[in-house]
Design a protein around this ligand. Structure first.
Ligand SMILES: *Cc1c(COP(=O)(O)O)cnc(C)c1O
Length: 451
């Protein structure tokens, strides 16, 4: 499969290059040239299949031309030693619990898949297809996080040979439980505590990829959802959700609602839709960071600085994957901006919630149904409560286990959320991080002194 850049000014890349480079030379995001449809028989029997086997079928459509199929199956199975259940919350609203991975985050799937795919490429590549000086070098993964990405990527890559991970996070803006999941690991994981907000972390990472001197010094790649190996595998979730809903006989008018920040997760769902996943429509649920919501209303995309909210993994003011959504529905630029906007709004609607509304939703849902929402999932749940039409059944992604935001959830609901054992284990470790300013020159000289 060939991958082109959303900016259209970079050379076409193969999968290996797209994964190793992350971002294209023109700062665009890589897009697969073709999106294969899945056959009718797959959908006919999907309800009898396990999460892993569904995922393997979807992965074959994306990566089957570039990865040996037996290896791909092993890679998918190894990525998914956990399940992704659908839980009934009300008669018409179901929670797709994406938090059953090792760090209790939906990003575990993308991070684990990407780590294994990188290892596949670096270990199986012969010297002829790679220049000899890169094959012996460590691959350095840079990842900016507002909380969840860092822990998922750090744990997904922990101990993977030949790869070093630098996690950049905004000082004082991630929860203590999140912070310990990437600052206590050691080994090939370095945590960098940036004196700034998430957008500053993301800018440092983006600048590093564009800096020639730095790229000559070390091999850099990204594990943010700009990386095709991270965001595409998230499509597994939506096929699984469809399968579980089909087993319940509830797929006639299915609405999928995705709490969104950088829009990688919903983007993978939209790729699923392009592959034939029979979902009627999608809702992108946002917290107070409402640039996408405003785009849907006006057709104008005006990125702005992120604002801090209770659902901090969604505090993004300029979502990277917006470029992918535009590219997908403009048919790579063949449609006018107006036509593209019309295509997008006919399939996707939006919602935006203040912290006060998030709290109210969490309280109400808990009172009425007993289900404990985390602040991110709360946006998704509420968007269905507000937006479902007669006859529709909604599935929202519960993107994080409530214990990951324990202080907030306990405080809002007046309960004591139990911390799962694997989360508690992280809290035993000793925090280690490198303090950093938000100036690129500081980050650059730090990196130049590594390796
Ligand atoms: C990352 C994250 C999101 C947002 O996902 P995107 O792919 O960036 O849109 C939502 N909720 C939680 C808990 C997350 O960690």
């Amino acid at each position: 499969m060939q991958y082109y850049s959303t900016n259209g000014k970079a050379p076409i890349a193969d999968l290996q290059k797209a994964v190793v480079k992350g971002l294209a030379e023109d700062r665009g995001l890589y897009m697969p040239e073709k999106i294969h449809q899945l056959p009718k028989e797959f959908f006919d029997h999907i309800q009898e299949m396990s999460f892993r086997d569904i995922a393997y079928n979807v992965a074959s459509a994306f990566f089957g031309e570039d990865v040996d199929l037996d290896a791909l199956q092993e890679l998918v199975y190894d990525t998914l030693p956990f399940d992704c259940p659908v839980v009934k919350v009300t008669d018409s609203i179901y929670s797709l619990e994406l938090f059953h991975g090792p760090t209790l985050a939906f990003k575990d799937v993308g991070a684990r898949f990407m780590a294994r795919l990188l290892r596949y490429f670096t270990s199986s590549t012969s010297d002829t297809s790679r220049t000899s000086d890169t094959s012996s070098k460590t691959i350095n993964v840079l990842v900016a996080t507002s909380g969840d990405t860092g822990s998922a990527v750090a744990n997904g890559f922990l101990g993977v040979e030949g790869i070093h991970v630098y996690v950049l996070y905004p000082k004082g803006k991630v929860s203590p439980i999140q912070e310990c999941q990437f600052t206590t690991l050691g080994k090939n994981i370095t945590a960098i505590e940036v004196d700034g907000v998430f957008d500053d972390c993301q800018a440092l990472v983006k600048n590093a990829f564009m800096d020639e001197e730095l790229n000559n010094h070390m091999m850099l790649t990204s594990a943010n959802s700009i990386n095709v190996a991270r965001f595409l595998p998230q499509a597994f979730y939506y096929f699984n959700a469809y399968a579980r809903m089909k087993a319940l006989g509830k797929t006639d008018q299915l609405v999928m609602c995705v709490p969104s920040g950088n829009f990688g997760n919903i983007c993978s769902a939209l790729f699923g839709h392009e592959m034939g996943l029979p979902v009627k429509r999608f809702i992108a649920a946002n917290n107070a960071n409402d640039v996408f919501y405003n785009y849907l209303q006006t057709g104008q995309y005006n990125p702005k600085a992120s604002v801090q909210t209770l659902a901090n993994a969604m505090d993004v003011g300029d979502p990277s994957n917006f470029a992918r959504i535009l590219n997908l529905y403009s048919k790579n630029g063949a449609r006018t901006p107006e036509e593209t906007h019309a295509a997008i709004t006919s399939l996707i609607s939006g919602a935006t919630y203040s912290d006060e509304q998030i709290k109210e939703t969490m309280r109400q849902c808990y009172e009425e149904t007993g289900y404990i929402l985390d602040p991110h999932g709360a946006c998704g749940y509420q968007a269905l409560v507000d937006g479902l039409q007669e006859g529709e059944i909604g599935v929202f992604c519960e993107t994080a286990h409530p214990a990951k935001f324990k202080e907030k959830v306990d405080d809002i609901l007046g309960i004591d959320v139990e911390i799962p054992a694997r989360l508690a284990a992280f809290m035993e470790g000793e925090k280690q991080s490198v303090p950093m300013s938000k100036d690129f020159s500081d980050f650059k000289s730090y990196l130049l002194n590594q390796a």
